[in-house]
Design a binder for this molecule. Structure first.
Ligand SMILES: Nc1nc2c(ncn2[C@@H]2O[C@H](COP(=O)(O)OP(=O)(O)OP(=O)(O)O)[C@@H](O)[C@H]2O)c(=O)[nH]1
Length: 173
């Protein structure tokens, strides 16, 4: 969400129009306007509070994303027909959606079928880069996501500003 906010602010400063869509059914707040919000279709609470479904947070989130893909007409309607749009989709953070499930891949396929050119921007906490086991975990997670989604993919290190001097040295190394 911070990435989306920052890019939208940058776009405004350079007089480009970038739209945003919230695809996180559990989002509590974000500091930018969206053209569509999955929570209007389904909210995580709907899946967790339903007497029949009785999902926990993870199962509920997967259910919501599958519900979105199965109700693709809703998203198509929200996105409209303007082919020049540049749209940021703020996606949920649960990593299994990207590494070994196919729901986000199905979402990508759906966007492709609507003639969107889709690029993944993978945010990785820079803390992951300064410790050997976390480094491998972060790199392998990014790789699994690339293999799973099969689209152009940009890895972005976030929270670099929070690293201390020692960690920054480690990061450059
Ligand atoms: N200092 C600093 N804080 C950051 C940075 N990126 C994110 N944060 C903070 O980290 C917290 C989580 O960031 P979000 O952008 O909400 O992360 P998210 O992945 O959208 O979170 P979910 O809603 O769980 O999907 C917020 O308090 C942000 O202000 C960064 O680059 N530097």
């Amino acid at each position: 969400s911070t990435y989306c906010k920052t890019i939208i602010e940058h776009a405004t400063a350079v007089q480009r129009s970038i739209l945003a869509v919230n695809l996180d059914p559990a989002a509590e707040h974000f500091d930018y306007e969206v053209m569509a919000d999955i929570r209007e279709l389904i909210h995580l609470d709907d899946a967790m509070e339903d007497e029949e479904l009785r999902f926990g947070p993870n199962g509920g989130l997967v259910f919501c994303m599958e519900y979105l893909v199965e109700n693709s007409e809703w998203l198509k309607e929200q996105l409209g027909e303007d082919s020049d749009d540049y749209i940021l989709f703020d996606c949920p953070g649960q990593i299994e959606l990207y590494t070994h499930m196919n729901v986000m891949r199905r979402l990508v396929n759906m966007l492709h079928s609507m003639d969107f050119q889709v690029c993944a921007v993978f945010l990785l906490d820079s803390q992951f880069m300064i410790d050997a086991s976390k480094f491998f975990s972060g790199v392998m997670t990014a790789l699994a996501t690339m293999v799973n989604l099969e689209i152009p993919h940009i890895n972005v290190l976030s929270k670099v500003d929070l690293l201390d001097r020692q960690s920054l040295k480690q990061l450059s190394r």
